[in-house]
Design a protein around this ligand. Sequence first.
Ligand SMILES: Cc1cc2nc3c(=O)[nH]c(=O)nc-3n(C[C@H](O)[C@H](O)[C@H](O)COP(=O)(O)OP(=O)(O)OC[C@H]3O[C@@H](n4cnc5c(N)ncnc54)[C@H](O)[C@@H]3O)c2cc1C
Length: 322
Amino acid sequence: MNSSTTWPCAALANASLSSRTTLKIGGEVEVLLEPTDPEELRLAWMAAHEAGVPVRLLGGGANLLIEDGVLPGVVIATARMRRIFRLGDRWEGDPYMLDEEGGAEPAPEKTTGLVAWCGATLPALVRTAYDLGWTGLEGLIGVPGHLGGGVRMNAGGKWGELWDVIESVRVIGKGGEVFDLDRKDCSPSYRNGNLGDQIVTGAVLRLEPAPKPEVFERMKAYLAEKKAAQPVTESSSGCIFKNPDPELSEGRSAGLLVEQAGAKGLTRGGAIVSPLHGNFILNRGGAKAADVLGLIDEVVERVADKTGIPLEREVEIWRNEG
Ligand SMILES: Cc1cc2nc3c(=O)[nH]c(=O)nc-3n(C[C@H](O)[C@H](O)[C@H](O)COP(=O)(O)OP(=O)(O)OC[C@H]3O[C@@H](n4cnc5c(N)ncnc54)[C@H](O)[C@@H]3O)c2cc1C
């Protein structure tokens, strides 16, 4: 990469990525860009394209396995784009640039809408909806990451998915153009927002009023169930595999298939297949990406040998390409 390239936002050379992922694994990237608003994000994206280098988006790093070594090109991190706005029921202009009070022309009556930039964390969104006495996001309690990553992955589970409450998303297309996509024109599916290469800069979420104690009770119950079943306090990247088609797997989840293949507790270096939940691989300290990749291959092979079912990865892998 040309060392004289100037970037439109904060830029860090040879930035370490491991601390920016929940698995705490990964090498460095040549340049890390940290935009603070949607326009800086667009300019950063354009500048990286013009420099002709690979460019990747990093949210909360909660669904990523990044190889050790040096990742070529640019990573754009959304961590400084955390803003969440309450959508007034009367607003003019651009909803993504409103202030927290609901806009330049605050409305006395508010709708139950939120506008969030891509770096807003999912826990902050869940909390905000609860604080406002709204339902619709509590099913995402305990899911880490940012709105942008969540939209891309269609984060969620048995209590609901992020796309259930999305009214529209704002994206950057390949040529750097910014546009809004209505929910009805999108086809999110299981763990996939199906937005291709488009960059999510934010979203409008539509929620419903609900008694706070009821929302609280649901949050409490969901979180308790999640904590009992998943190693939520350990370093992981969430579920490694997607659940297979229930017809093919006779209703067995990926985690159960891993367990039945006897792969729980397998270790490589500092990595281990969680003894609690077969679909999680943990970094118990000092694990390398190669350890996790080796475990993934071994688990896939064991499950295929035992059941004939090909496990498909949910976690995304960033490779150094040599
Ligand atoms: C303990 C734990 C529990 C979890 N539980 C769940 C769960 O119950 N349900 C669930 O669905 N997931 C779960 N996950 C996985 C993770 O929380 C979700 O996949 C989350 O949506 C990832 O968001 P992120 O911001 O961290 O994305 P990242 O990991 O940073 O990135 C994931 C992908 O999204 C892309 N991306 C990031 N930001 C943008 C953007 N602005 N525009 C376009 N693309 C972007 C990245 O390039 C990458 O391809 C869990 C993870 C952990 C560690």
